[in-house]
Write a protein that binds this ligand. Structure first.
Ligand code: AQP
Length: 335
């Protein structure tokens, strides 16, 4: 892969819970196609995950499951660099340097910080506030040109761009300034099944608010049937029908339909039929991924080897940027 002209692309997912179909639709599923056209770095962002309380054993399990899920979804370790964030210390090292050019006001203004501080009022820590600087480090370390993220991460990516430009202005050209790669259409932001005004999140304390990638068929169908819908019974995508519109977005993501095709398919049918069809479409699409993930999880030696190889490659790429940064800021490295 090295030495080619392909642009570099970075993205990561936190092992902060069981991965949801929101993470899949907004992020992971797009990673697969991108690996043909870009040099991709995909990380399991465990350093980010501990900004909210995690149980050690669960975090370890989620890390392994997410690595297996990446591969089960079609990310090929021979084409992309797959690694665990904490295995590459340069992420923390660059964060320290970038912290020195970041203003507290920029971080306290971030929507995610405000949301998560409200949600985890008992644990508002510096890591939660510094999350976007760690994310900037993830991205800038690899001279990333493109970052495929859900629309919710756009604000953080803006900060990564600002920090890259700020550092380049102060110390001379060092970082590529990354661009977002945001999925067009309504698939970019999947909303909670319990409250369609909020995004679907894996750390939601209501398990009926999300569908995980490992939920079984019956659970998926039950969650779809219980999903909050709107008054009326017409399957139509519109702003005054956020619950139904969200289910249409999910249905389309797994069937390849357009809004019009789905509306036509369910013309004259009620919400009951529609919700069942959504549940079945999701369950059908997840079944092969789930069996492949389960198979991979039985082969820990293979998963460990993928992580080790990925971390080695990421380490070398990150080190090149970090050495440059250390030189620019004036760290003495010996003769
Ligand atoms: N609901 C969503 N719809 C579309 N895309 C989404 N993403 C997250 N939720 C949705 C995208 O998934 C990628 C990985 O996200 P993450 O795990 O790094 O963090 P997150 O955005 O904070 O995801 P969650 O599920 O909401 O996690 P918690 O609950 O731990 O905060 C990102 O590209 C994100 O845009």
């Amino acid at each position: 892969m090295e030495g080619t002209e392909k642009k570099i692309l970075f993205s990561a997912v936190q092992p902060s819970g069981a991965v949801t179909i929101g993470n899949y639709i907004g992020a992971i599923r797009n990673f697969v196609g991108l690996q043909e056209d870009y040099n991709c770095f995909y990380a399991v962002a465990d350093l980010h995950a501990i900004t909210v309380k995690q149980e050690a054993a669960v975090l370890r399990k989620n890390t392994l499951s997410l690595m297996a899920l990446f591969i089960a979804c079609g990310i090929d370790p021979a084409k992309s660099i797959l690694f665990v964030q904490s295995h590459v210390p340069a992420h923390c090292e660059l964060t320290w340097v970038l912290n020195t050019i970041t203003y507290p006001g920029e971080l306290s203004r971030m929507t995610q910080f405000k949301d998560k501080s409200a949600k985890h009022a008992e644990n508002v820590n510096m890591g939660l506030m510094d999350y976007p600087v760690l994310m900037a480090s993830d991205i800038l370390l690899y001279q990333t040109a493109l970052v495929p993220v859900g629309a919710d991460q756009k604000q953080h990516l803006e900060l990564s761009r600002d920090l890259a430009m700020r550092f380049n202005n102060r110390y001379g050209q060092t970082f590529e300034v990354p661009e977002p790669y945001i999925l067009k259409g309504n698939g970019a932001r999947i909303m909670s099944l319990a409250d369609p005004s909020r995004k679907m999140s894996k750390s939601d304390e209501n398990p009926n608010a999300f569908i995980t990638m490992t939920d079984d068929r019956d659970t998926i169908i039950r969650k779809c049937k219980r999903a909050v819908t709107d008054s009326g019974n017409e399957v139509r995508c519109s702003e005054d029908k956020p619950g139904v519109s969200n289910l249409i977005a999910i249905y389309n993501a797994f069937t390849g339909n357009t809004n019009e095709q789905t509306e036509r398919e369910f013309e004259g049918k009620g919400y009951g039929d529609f919700k069942l069809a959504v549940g079945e479409a999701v369950a059908d699409a997840l079944a092969p991924i789930q069996s492949e993930q389960a198979r991979l999880l039985k082969d820990k030696a293979y998963l460990d080897s993928v992580m080790k190889e990925g971390a080695g490659k990421a380490f070398r790429a990150a080190r090149r940027t970090l050495s440059k940064v250390y030189r620019k800021v004036g760290f003495y490295s010996g003769e």
